[in-house]
Design a binder for this molecule. Sequence first.
Ligand code: CUA
Length: 146
Amino acid sequence: WLIVGGATLVLFLIVLSVNAYAMGMMPPSHMKMIDPKKVDETAPFDNLGLHKTGDNEYDLVMTSFIFTFQPNQIEVPVGAKVKFVVTSKDVVHGFEIPKTNVNIMVLPGHISEVTHTFNKPGTYLILCNEYCGAGHQLMAATIVVK
Ligand code: CUA
């Protein structure tokens, strides 16, 4: 039974390695690494905010740092397809917009990306859902869709 268990383990590792290295199945942010100490000088984070990329399509470049998101208030038109491009300047933070599929981790040194189309007008909260320190519960930003 030890041999069967060992063989299964080896098989799983082979499948995992083929997926990761031969087929390139990795988290979307995995290949994009930056120096967390030089975020402010590193593109695209040297130009934070909303950038139009197409017909009602935007890149929203944001950073997270000591219990804040930058920028903190964002306005987009109804129907906007927004690609969030986010990194952290200090520790691991969360990035969740309740009642949407947007829920990612923001890690120092990684660029995390997620796309969402805002079809309903309203005010959306961006919340940090990873405990990041004494001010964690204050960490939020707002997106106004109108
Ligand atoms: Cu940032 Cu919790």
